[in-house]
Design a protein around this ligand. Structure first.
Ligand SMILES: [Zn+2]
Length: 236
């Protein structure tokens, strides 16, 4: 599996950067995990995306589904309807931005297989329904938390994964009013270690958060880094 980070800003995009989005490729199949603000222009060729999985309906994770669908539907030779998997109702708002039937897509509930990927999802605590996503292909496994507060389900989701992509909006402490719904780098490091993940990629840092502080707070014994747009990780 080949992972390309499209963007990794939490909440809103910093100048020149993008919010959450990851391109995952295997056997020529191109799957996009989340499409936050400003991720769509970072896709090398939007018309060749094979499927999209969205963790939850917050716009920093799904807003750029709109320009992706526009780019495929409004061209002279429209691309086939794009399979889009998401929690029920999560994409109602973004899909209502254009008039009915203008955009071609095939909205589906989560399924256990997408192209060459085995897909498992787990509900994780957030203000809106959020799915933790586990992808397995070619003997390698990647887990992604979306946005989540603390939950034992994170360790189950990431058990033995070669790579855990973990939301870490904050470094050490999550503010009281968000504590049940978002995570810190420190929590992410603990979960990754408890799950026996091979490698940890911290994402969704709030703009302005020093990446080196997040890496230090994670205290993860294996390789750990902060996701940066354009970074490529081979998961094997
Ligand atoms: Zn969110």
């Amino acid at each position: 599996m080949r992972l390309t980070v499209l963007g990794a800003c939490g909440a809103w995009p910093s100048p020149g950067a993008a919010c959450s989005g990851f391109l995952v490729e295997h056997d020529g199949f191109r799957l996009v995990l989340d499409l936050g603000y400003a991720t769509m222009p970072r896709l090398p060729s939007p018309e060749t995306v094979d499927a999209v999985i969205i963790s939850h309906g917050h716009p920093d994770h799904c807003a750029d589904l709109n320009p992706l669908l526009r780019s495929r539907s409004l061209r002279d030779s429209p691309a086939p309807p794009l399979p889009v998997y998401a929690p029920p109702g999560a994409l109602d708002a973004v899909l209502a931005l254009d008039r009915p039937r203008m955009l071609d897509y095939d909205l589906r509930p989560f399924e256990p297989a997408v192209g060459p990927f085995r897909v498992e999802t787990r509900p994780l605590p957030h203000w809106v329904p959020n799915a933790g996503i586990r992808l397995t292909a070619g003997g390698a496994t990647l887990a992604y938390t979306g946005d989540t507060g603390p939950s034992p389900e994170i360790v189950t989701l990431a058990r033995g994964a070669d790579l855990l992509i973990a939301e870490a909006s904050y470094v050490d402490e999550v503010p009281e009013d968000s504590r049940a719904y978002l995570s810190s780098a420190r929590q992410a490091g603990r979960d990754a270690a408890a799950a026996g993940a091979g490698r940890l990629l911290l994402t969704h840092l709030m703009p302005g958060t020093p990446p080196e502080a997040a890496v230090a707070a994670a205290g993860f014994p294996g390789p750990v880094e902060v996701a940066r747009a354009g970074a490529v990780v081979l998961v094997e």
